[in-house]
Design a protein around this ligand. Structure first.
Ligand code: ZN
Length: 220
């Protein structure tokens, strides 16, 4: 049986990816890696630990990256900066330069040490705020680079790449974890589990997708 590692934040997207991975690989073959990088709410890490435990994941690596804000600054890492987002498609000021590239590199290093080749990440280019290192072209390029860097054949898997938030909710429902994801995951920039604060860009995106999915389910 193949083994996989999930880049895991405890949010809606990565929890849906975790549920899918556990279904496909079996929980004994799935590892998680979570990065603590001085994000506004360290609550994220506790939530991630709780969720990984709920899914029966024995191998959950938590990596401290509290040096991140020494090399870059933005609203996610600096609580004194307000989170702003002016237009629907513009990048909010929570974008952290290089974050996904670093995550993938660190996940690959850890994966290789444990004989894991499949790296699963919940990045999505459809409506995830236009972060450049969430795009498919970046992920494919990074996969080639990691293979060359470590002389290994990694497979970066992005189950949500082409899904809208509405479709990600549908996938959670298909996997039987809709309620769990709705109530237990943390996506809110203000650190509130489940429904969240309702006003930050992340909550708005999540709620818009949820409303669209619930509407569809009602009609369907
Ligand atoms: Zn919020």
């Amino acid at each position: 049986m193949n083994k996989a590692i999930v880049v895991f934040s405890g949010g809606q997207d990565s929890t849906t990816c975790l549920a899918k991975a556990v279904k496909e690989y079996g929980c004994g073959n799935v590892s998680c890696i979570t990065f603590f990088y001085g994000q506004r709410h360290s609550r994220e890490v506790e939530v991630a630990q709780g969720i990984a435990k709920d899914f029966g994941i024995a191998d959950h690596k938590i990596l401290q990256m509290d040096w991140y804000n020494q090399i870059t600054a933005n609203a996610l890492l600096d609580p004194s900066q307000p989170i702003t987002k002016t237009e629907l498609d513009a990048c909010p000021n929570t974008v952290v330069d290089g974050r996904n590239m670093l995550f993938l590199l660190l996940a690959a290093i850890y994966a290789k040490s444990r004989g894991i080749r499949d790296i699963i990440t919940g990045v999505c280019e459809t409506d995830f705020s236009g972060y450049p290192d969430c795009r498919d072209i970046f992920v494919k390029s990074c996969n080639v680079t990691l293979n060359l860097a470590m002389d290994t054949t990694f497979r970066i898997i992005t189950p949500l790449m082409d899904l809208t938030k509405e479709e990600t909710w549908a996938l959670a429902d298909e996997l039987g974890v809709f309620e769990y994801v709705a109530e237990r995951t943390l996506t809110c920039y203000n650190g509130i589990v489940g429904k969240g604060c309702g006003t930050c860009p992340s909550c708005k995106l999540r709620q818009r997708g949820l409303d669209a999915y619930l509407n569809r389910r009602l009609k369907g």
